[in-house]
Design a protein around this ligand. Structure first.
Ligand SMILES: [Cu+2]
Length: 374
């Protein structure tokens, strides 16, 4: 069993990657005097001022679920999938890229001409990028706290009925998410925890840009960065594993509280995802995931947006349902570049997509990330 010992030296902070011998209980370092059956302790080859912090969840017995393996974390697109042992911290960075190209109504693709038959302007394609900083800390073995800071940038290309095209951009800090992950079951290499989260409206809903309708005008709904409301984000996560396989499932909801100060409420979201992963060796695992999500139209409306001009300004053309397939690779390199270091990536694409359209369809999404636990 690999184990990471962090040794806080009196003169500074250093990391010691333990050898298999050091992974044994400290008493095994004692010299055993076989002739008298008494045990004589020799001083450890470490300064006595050291505090040894142990990676708690890698120290557990064989019939308990452990995160100390590549598939000990879910595919990267899953948030709040794991808890930590008491006193453990984790820092993470994720980069997400989403490509949306072409319009859809229900499950049918729509050409730009078909959208322009009903609207002055048609969106043509959109990209969304997100940089997400995550912090996790476990004050106890039952409770892990998590904060996620997203930085979002969006770009949308349009075609007008007159045949011209234009692009709008928006970006900035999104809605900050705060969660408590509370473990309610941990036995027979299976765990269940509650995801008790909410987000605060730190993301802008006043994004503006230049369009043929004028300079510095308010942008339609999908170009806004936040929801403008406090949102409850309750969920539940199940994890299980054997020596070579692991699996999990998570149900998530986003419930908007009240109406934002531009007079509308973004639609609630309901997500159910399940995955399985195969551990290839001590450092790598591959995953396969299904991700079903349904989201509602908006309530109310931003009075500055005219839904006759462009479908993205219509609060009743926002809802949809999508089933994505995700292929992921996790790397666990606890003795590599960072303490408890991980690298992971996941590529997702829809296998079913039905939208209240005309609405831009999602084509694919890529997530790459790096994590460190200590
Ligand atoms: Cu974590």
């Amino acid at each position: 069993m690999k184990k990471l010992n962090c040794c806080l030296l009196s003169g500074g902070f250093s990391l010691l990657i333990s050898t298999p011998v050091l992974s044994q209980p400290l008493t095994s370092l004692a010299n055993i005097n076989s002739s008298s059956s008494s045990i004589e302790f020799t001083p450890l080859p470490l300064p006595t001022t050291e505090i040894i912090l142990t990676h708690t969840d890698e120290n557990r017995s064989d019939n308990q679920w452990t995160s100390g393996r590549p598939d000990g974390h879910a595919p990267l697109g899953v948030m709040g999938d794991h808890v930590h042992g008491k006193g453990e911290w984790m820092l993470s960075y994720r980069y997400m890229f989403m490509s949306m190209d072409g319009n859809r109504d229900g499950t049918d693709n729509l050409g730009v001409d078909e959208v322009l038959a009903d609207f002055m302007v048609s969106p043509d394609d959109m990209t969304m990028e997100m940089h997400m900083i995550g912090v996790m800390y476990a004050p106890s073995n039952d409770l892990t706290l998590m904060a996620m800071l997203p930085f979002v940038s969006k770009e949308m290309d349009h075609i007008t009925r007159m045949g011209s095209s234009f692009t709008t951009n928006s970006g900035g800090l999104g809605d900050i998410k705060l969660s408590g992950l509370y473990q309610i079951l941990d036995r027979d290499r299976q765990t269940v925890h509650l995801n008790l989260g909410f987000s605060v409206p730190t993301g802008s809903i006043d994004e503006r840009d230049d369009t043929p309708a004028g300079n510095d005008v308010i942008l339609p709904y999908p170009m806004q960065i936040g929801s403008g409301t406090v949102d409850l984000r309750p969920g539940i996560t199940y994890l299980g594993q054997t020596d070579h396989w692991s699996w999990g499932a998570q149900a998530n909801t986003v419930l908007r509280l009240g109406e934002n100060d531009r007079g509308y409420t973004v639609g609630n979201r309901y997500q159910l995802t399940a995955w399985t992963a195969r551990k290839l060796n001590e450092n790598f695992s591959l995953s396969l995931r299904l991700d079903g999500e349904t989201w509602e139209d908006y309530d109310g409306a931003d009075s500055a947006l005219n839904p006759m001009v462009i479908p993205t300004a219509d609060p009743d053309l926002r809802g949809g349902t999508r089933l994505d397939l995700g292929l992921g690779l996790n790397a666990y390199l606890p003795e590599g570049f960072l303490p408890g270091g991980r690298l992971a990536t996941e590529f997702e694409f829809p296998i079913y997509q039905s939208l209240d359209g005309p609405q831009l369809e999602t084509d694919w999404q890529l997530t790459v990330g790096i994590q460190s636990a200590f």
